[in-house]
Ligand binder design. Structure first.
Ligand SMILES: Nc1nc2c(c(=O)[nH]1)N[C@H]1C(S)=C(S)[C@@H](COP(=O)(O)OP(=O)(O)OC[C@H]3O[C@@H](n4cnc5c(=O)[nH]c(N)nc54)[C@H](O)[C@@H]3O)O[C@H]1N2
Ligand SMILES: Nc1nc2c(c(=O)[nH]1)N[C@H]1C(S)=C(S)[C@@H](COP(=O)(O)OP(=O)(O)OC[C@H]3O[C@@H](n4cnc5c(=O)[nH]c(N)nc54)[C@H](O)[C@@H]3O)O[C@H]1N2
Ligand code: SF4
Ligand SMILES: [Mo]
Length: 720
């Protein structure tokens, strides 16, 4: 048995690991107490990865669908050759833009995946590259393009004095606190006197630790944030000097929020008006804070407006670093880029690029609108898609509106799914490519640098980096390819040359050797060329390390100066419309999104010790259960305008009465619905992609979805 350092690739947190290896198998995986950032932290998913890698259901070779619909094994090389030939035929007939790519959440498991996916789509010459970015928190990037972005980092994770979380639960999701040890990090911030404010209809794990928890009605985020802005302006708590030098539109914003008075907003959101005022005063009372909205508000159908208002609040409070401030995280495996105290030139926000002809959607600052892809495949738009290469995601399990997604997958001429398991999408694919993953491949923490540059609320607080060699052999007798290798080999088979870049500002795309195939290590090294900390330096510290390097300070602005726009016309118009309307749930309950620790979206569902239950409960407030005559563990139907699913009710005092809280990613194909006690329930079945959607990103209403909950009675095989 040997003991090794490595890091976890199962979620973005990237925990430092100590791995005991015996005969090429991980027999024990645990945290590294000596690691300066993680300090021993891991979660159940990471610790159980030896078992997941050895899971008998894990795919050990690739598959091809036979004409009779069943699968047969195929060598990975042959599969790639056939896929290349079929893509070429599709391109010849329908054009290259008929080939779409979708890179899901497992883009992050290897720093090489995203660059090779992007390089392949670019070499192919198709603009149809999609990601979950536009069904997750797309409002952030789009709002940034409308509001303006600062050419230096925000205060963010650098010793904030106030943290404001809106529908985000970092203690479970590792989103909204710096990657590392979220519990310890929060304790230290609170000990240092930071204030935590949480806006969430559920008393989430993090809300339980908050100084102020606004347990508002879902759907009232816009009104609440507008009221906070009104208070910050009216009470003169905003950073006057900063706004005078760097922003415009204060007058129009002041007017637009004028109808959001505390009393009426508190009444409509059913919160304590004093708590709302207090929260706004805390936010405006410091220049060192950060604000992070999670999936909840972004899935409300108004995500762009919510994120825009939050950016306004952030800028009003002056939470940006100024000239002379030290940049705590200037990038490790990323190119050095100067930080300047100025607003960046504005880029396009939404509806640019190809005219898709679906719900007036186009490309966005957060990427192509994934919610429109089923419509494009079903030829309901202007740009028909005939082939889809899906890597590290699970469209059938995760895209809103499963029924429509399934129709779309069926309509494709070619669906390729790169997945270690027979996921719902793999089951309906033409080819399933089995990848070599995690501890079986070398890796760098470069993705964490990329996420840190992505903006406030993401990434690391300290300049931490780690490299790990491959520790494990792939399963005996298997035929697996890494994701980057798949795109490399496919490009070679199609006669395309690839250039790859790590997706970080300042790191240019560089051509890959298409003659002599590079090793994964050579690819990872190429992606780190020109990084602030050399990969060779990082490799010297097997257990990972903090690499502070020379301090970097924010410089003065230079050249043409731009101004943050506090009153982008679209946003102000939407805000005024909200003041007039408000939201009216059409059904008895409001279905909220949530995450759980032992799964990652649709990954590992049913594979890990589920702490007594394998399925995703239909969580309800005990008072609501009593009213519905439900007992713990009883079966219910959850019914929306779009569909119905069966599930199992559990009481949760932390919920606001009138809400239902369920994780997505559970359940599988409709023919497996009867197995909801084992596989769980698929909430994407309840969501429609074309009834209510954010008109900028195309993201449909995916949280705060009106549903009814009824006790399940006579028809066990027919939900609803
Ligand atoms: N363990 C684990 N970690 C994960 C994942 C996982 O599946 N498991 N998934 C990963 C992914 S892909 C993502 S995007 C992140 C997500 O990270 P988060 O956004 O932090 O995830 P959630 O736990 O879903 O938190 C959403 C919260 O929003 C609340 N909410 C729902 N609707 C509304 C609303 O309209 N307004 C407000 N104010 N709140 C609302 C819910 O009650 C819930 O507490 O997590 C990532 N990390
Ligand atoms: N109803 C509802 N729908 C949602 C959400 C919600 O909260 N509610 N959340 C949305 C969000 S935030 C997101 S990010 C999307 C996620 O959308 P997707 O990324 O499409 O979905 P995942 O479930 O994360 O799919 C991950 C897939 O990768 C596979 N996988 C696991 N490890 C590896 C690996 O190392 N390599 C490769 N190649 N594959 C691997 C898994 O088996 C699984 O099939 O879903 C969105 N959909
Ligand atoms: S939080 Fe869990 S899954 Fe995520 S990196 Fe750490 S051990 Fe892995
Ligand atoms: Mo996500």
């Amino acid at each position: 048995m040997t003991l090794h350092h490595s890091f976890c690739r199962l979620c973005l947190n990237g925990c430092a690991l100590k791995v005991e290896v015996e005969d090429g198998v991980a027999v024990k995986v645990g945290g590294d107490k000596d690691n300066p950032v993680y300090r021993g932290f891991t979660c159940v998913k990471g610790r159980e990865q030896g078992r997941l890698l050895a899971d008998p259901r894990r795919l050990r070779h690739s598959f091809r669908r036979k004409p009779d619909g069943s699968f047969e094994p195929i060598g990975s090389r042959d599969a790639i050759g056939e896929i290349a030939a079929r893509l070429e035929a599709i391109a010849a007939r329908h054009g290259r833009e008929a080939i779409a790519g979708y890179l899901g959440t497992y883009f992050a498991a290897s720093a090489a995946t995203m660059p090779f996916f992007g390089g392949f789509m670019a070499a192919l010459g198709s603009p149809m590259a999609f990601s979950p970015g536009t069904i997750d928190k797309p409002g952030k990037k789009i709002a940034q393009a409308l509001h303006g972005d600062w050419d230096a980092p925000a205060v963010g994770f650098d010793d904030p004095e106030v943290i404001f979380l809106i529908g985000s639960n970092p203690l479970i999701s590792f989103t909204g606190f710096p990657y590392g040890n979220p519990g310890k990090w929060l304790n230290e911030r609170l000990d240092a006197g930071a204030r935590l404010i949480v806006l969430d209809p559920r008393r989430s794990d993090v809300a339980k630790r908050a100084h102020i928890h606004l347990q508002a009605k879902a759907g009232e985020d816009i009104a609440i944030i507008a009221a906070m802005i009104r208070i910050v302006i009216a009470e003169n708590l905003f950073d006057r000097e900063f706004i005078a030098s760097h922003a415009q539109g204060l007058g129009d914003l002041t007017e637009a929020v004028s109808s959001f008075d505390v009393a009426s907003v508190a009444a409509r959101a059913d919160i304590d008006p004093d708590a709302l005022v207090k929260a706004a005063r805390i936010l405006g009372g410091t220049r060192r804070g950060y604000i992070m909205a999670g999936t909840g508000p972004n899935m409300s159908g108004r995500g762009t407006l919510i994120e825009y208002l939050l950016l306004n609040l952030h800028t009003l409070c002056g939470y940006w670093l100024r000239a002379g401030d030290r940049v705590r995280h200037p990038g490790a495996l990323a190119a050095p880029v100067p930080a300047r105290a100025q607003v960046r030139p504005f880029g396009p926000a939404y509806a640019f690029g190809p005219d898709l002809g679906v719900r007036e959607l186009g490309n966005t600052a957060a990427g192509m609108p994934t919610a429109a892809l089923p419509d494009l495949i079903l030829s309901e738009g202007k740009m028909p898609v005939r082939a889809l290469i899906s890597c590290g995601g699970n469209p059938v399990g995760a895209w809103p509106d499963q029924a429509k997604t399934l129709r779309a997958m069926d309509a494709l001429d070619l669906l390729v799914q790169i997945d270690p398991w027979m996921s719902a999408t793999a089951r309906v694919a033409d080819f399933v490519i089995a990848p070599r993953i995690w501890l079986e491949v070398p890796g760098t923490s470069q993705v964490l640098d990329w996420l840190t540059r992505n903006g406030t609320g993401y990434g690391q607080s300290d300049l931490y980096a780690q490299y790990s060699p491959a520790l494990l052999d792939p399963p005996l007798g298997s035929d697996l390819v890494e994701e980057w290798e798949f795109f490399y080999e496919l490009a070679r088979a199609m006669g395309l040359g690839l250039s790859v870049a790590p997706g970080l500002a300042g790191m240019p795309a560089r051509p890959v050797d298409m003659e002599a195939k590079p090793s994964t290590d050579a690819v990872l090294a190429q992606l780190c060329e020109g990084s602030r900390v050399a990969l060779d330096e990082v490799r010297k510290f097997e257990g990972g390390a903090i690499f502070p390097g020379d301090p970097v300070f924010v410089g003065e602005g230079e050249g043409e100066q731009h101004r943050f726009d506090l009153a982008a016309p679209d946003m102000i118009a939407d805000l005024k419309a909200d003041a007039a309307s408000g939201t009216k749930p059409a059904r008895g309950f409001s279905l909220l999104c949530r995450r759980m620790m032992h799964v990652y979206n649709s990954s590992f569902v049913g594979a890990l010790p589920p702490s007594a239950r394998p399925y995703n409960p239909v969580f309800l407030h005990p008072a609501d259960m009593a009213e519905l005559g439900l007992e713990e563990g009883q079966s219910v139907d959850v019914i929306s305008d779009r569909g119905a699913i069966a599930g199992i009710a559990h009481g949760d005092e932390a919920l606001r009465p009138g809400t239902v809280s369920m994780s997505f990613g559970f359940g599988a194909l409709p023919e497996q619905d009867d197995d909801y006690r084992v596989l769980g329930s698929n909430t994407t079945r309840l969501i429609s992609n074309d009834e209510i959607w954010d008109r900028y990103s195309g993201q449909p209403l995916m949280s705060n979805v009106p549903v009814d909950v009824v006790r399940r009675t006579d028809k066990p095989d027919q939900p609803g």
